[in-house]
Design a protein around this ligand. Structure first.
Ligand SMILES: Nc1nc2c(ncn2[C@@H]2O[C@H](COP(=O)(O)OP(=O)(O)OP(=O)(O)O)[C@@H](O)[C@H]2O)c(=O)[nH]1
Length: 253
């Protein structure tokens, strides 16, 4: 049984900040957002967590292995170096969807995303060390079959982008609704899904759905681990096995 620890990250009062005292230059906002994501990828990643940029002003991390002190330090480091602060809310659940639901509720209870008085909130509970297991995290690394041959080397870059995004949109929605999973585009033709304890049939079902809905062919490698880094690396190895033998779904054992 998985036990996913999820952290919801939200920049405090960001909407008003972007237009105060007047609208700030878009290039500066883009730079801030991408640098903050890069810093958080390092800060969470060096502690074996995974972070996904989702909407940039809100981000979602899988943080099995990080405790409250780790979160506090990450929060403080950003507060010291950026013109904005961020709130963090952590929760656990047998599915990533339920964990994120709890984390978000805790943040919403602490105040609005656009409440000037709600700053640097740190809420929630991490998993106690003695309860952690080697199968707490299940990550799936989805990849579009031969994206280079079918799209990148054939279409103009925007039309390739549309195809990949359509596959992503169909997959993220279906994995959320049918399989309680959170799927994130990570670049190129890749999507990483944070999943509960799903079996091979569930992944096959998701790939079938995306093919039927938007005519995009996927394959997927699945890994399990005590930390997101372990599960994610196993998923990459499993995907390499798919590439080697043409399988649609492979678990790393
Ligand atoms: N974030 C991330 N991006 C990747 C990874 N592997 C590949 N990519 C991206 O995906 C693009 C396409 O690479 P592949 O998926 O290897 O190529 P493909 O043409 O789909 O070929 P097959 O995957 O073998 O079917 C690359 O240019 C990268 O941008 C990965 O592990 N993580």
């Amino acid at each position: 049984m998985t036990n996913t620890q999820v952290t919801h990250i939200q920049i405090d009062n960001y909407g008003p900040w972007t237009v105060t005292p007047e609208p700030r230059r878009e290039v500066d906002l883009q730079t801030l957002q991408s640098r903050l994501y890069a810093d958080l990828a390092q800060l969470f990643g060096n502690r074996d967590g995974y972070i996904f940029f989702s909407r940039f002003d809100n981000m979602i991390a899988v943080t099995n292995g990080l405790d409250e002190a780790d979160h506090a330090l990450i929060q403080e480091s950003v507060g010291n170096r950026y013109p904005v602060t961020m709130s963090l809310s952590v929760a656990t659940g047998t599915t990533p969807v339920s964990a994120l639901g709890t984390a978000t509720e805790q943040l919403q209870e602490a105040g609005s995303a656009q409440d000037d008085g709600r700053r640097e909130v740190l809420r929630g509970q991490t998993i106690e060390e003695s309860f952690r297991t080697p199968a707490d995290v299940q990550l799936a690394h989805f990849d579009v079959d031969d994206a280079t041959g079918k799209y990148t080397d054939q279409l103009n870059e925007f039309d390739t982008f549309i195809r990949i995004e359509q596959g992503y949109a169909a997959l993220m929605k279906y994995m959320r609704e049918a399989h309680d999973s959170l799927s994130f585009f990570v670049g190129g033709d890749n999507v990483i899904a944070v999943c509960p304890d799903l079996d091979e049939a569930a992944y096959r079902d998701a790939c079938d759905h995306v093919r039927e809905a938007v005519d995009v062919e996927l394959k997927v490698g699945v890994g399990r681990g005590r930390t997101p880094a372990d599960a994610g690396m196993d998923a990459k190895h499993a995907l390499e096995h798919c590439r080697a033998d043409g399988a649609t779904v492979r678990f790393e054992e």
